[in-house]
Design a protein around this ligand. Structure first.
Ligand code: 2P0
Length: 357
């Protein structure tokens, strides 16, 4: 008898770095956030997840998944199950509606995913990982164009909130939505990467050790205990989303930098306002903040404008944004003051979203 047919697809997805941070869920099961967020998608040369999924009747042990070569138990992860089940459900309904489509929705899956950077070091591995998973299953099951990229982002969101933003390239907003079922909590493109090609990002890996407080637990501890987070959700983020939208549309780096740094500091203040307090930044992180603030202060004196922005996620690593013409100076500055630090000295161009590779 001939071997059963195997269907295969491979996609990759990049990391995104939020400039308006997501911190807090109003629904932990559906992963619905307490506020909107906005991010920049990086290119895929340095930080990406690549996922291959195959479906075949020959896979007798059922669905299996390997992450960086180590098998993970799918049944132990509600998030993996949600993404796989959602994609299967859409494929199945399409098969039922169109008899010419191959019956593959019930076939067992083998999924392999690899990151080319340290997992869980505050470098958004879950964002690229779940975006790559959903993009790969969408490709395997031919879900597009029936489903839009925003539809896929709604599925990826159930894997990890920030993953919904990695489906798009360029500048991306995750609209928190108001519906209890999550139907309006999805990512939309604010501007494509081609809109502002001179904007670049530098990842400063201060430490690639696994972080202390995972963001999923940390953000809910903040929701439960931080009055400052409630203020941030109600009074701070809505205005910043508007300002950041304006900065991106106008390619106004000074405004972009001001809002980005303010939001990073506000997010880390909320972490500190949590009980018990959460410290993501370390002494080196804070030294980088001081260096950039001082550099911008002299730049404002000279030109009236900022030249560099820093932002920190749930870890000590800095991401610096600057326009291309500033990059050699920023690199020289960082290398001069941190001669022994292990910085990735490559600026990442802004990238495209998840795609077939
Ligand atoms: C962000 N972070 O907007 C913020 C800034 C960390 C700091 O999204 O529980 O891994 O999987 O939805 O997406 C990290 O949170 O959390 C994050 P889950 P996620 O990028």
């Amino acid at each position: 008898m001939a071997d059963p047919k195997t269907y295969t697809a491979t996609c990759s997805a990049p990391v995104n770095i939020a400039v308006i941070k997501y911190w807090g869920k109003r629904d932990t099961s559906l992963i619905l956030p307490t506020n909107d967020s906005l991010s920049v998608t990086l290119d895929q040369d340095h930080l990406r997840s690549v996922t291959t999924a195959s479906a075949s009747a020959a896979f007798e042990a059922g669905d299996r998944l390997w992450l960086n070569g180590i098998e993970e138990q799918i049944k132990d992860s509600k998030r993996l199950l949600a993404c796989i089940q959602e994609c299967r459900k859409v494929r199945k309904s399409r098969e039922e509606a169109d008899a010419s489509l191959a019956k593959m929705s019930d076939l067992p899956l083998h999924i392999c995913s690899e990151n080319n950077f340290p997992t869980a070091a505050g470098l958004a591995s879950s964002a690229s990982g779940f975006a790559a998973l959903v993009a790969t299953l969408a490709s395997l099951y031919s879900l597009q164009p029936t489903l839009s990229t925003s539809d896929l982002s709604r599925i990826a969101r159930q894997g990890s909130g920030s993953a919904c933003r990695s489906l798009f390239g360029g500048f991306v907003a995750w609209q928190s939505g108001t519906s209890p079922d999550g139907s309006d909590s999805l990512a939309v493109e604010v501007a494509p990467k081609s809109h502002w090609p001179s904007l670049q990002a530098l990842i400063c890996v201060v430490s690639d050790a696994k972080k202390g407080t995972p963001s999923t637990a940390g953000m809910q501890q903040s929701v439960a205990t931080s009055p400052l987070l409630q203020h941030r959700i109600k009074n701070v983020v809505p205005g910043r989303m508007v300002e950041m939208g304006k900065a991106v549309q106008a390619k106004d780096f000074d405004l972009f930098a001001e809002v980005t740094m303010n939001d990073s500091n506000n997010f880390h203040a909320c972490a500190l306002d949590t009980s018990p307090p959460i410290f993501y930044m370390n002494d080196t992180s804070r030294a980088i903040v001081q260096l950039i603030e001082e550099y911008n202060r002299s730049s404002i004196e000279e030109t009236g404008k900022r030249r560099v922005a820093y932002t920190y996620d749930a870890g000590p690593n800095a991401v610096l944004y600057a326009e291309e013409k500033e990059v050699p100076t920023v690199l020289a500055l960082v290398r001069h003051y941190f001669p022994n630090a292990d910085f990735d000295d490559t600026f990442n161009l802004l990238g495209a979203g998840a795609n077939a590779s």
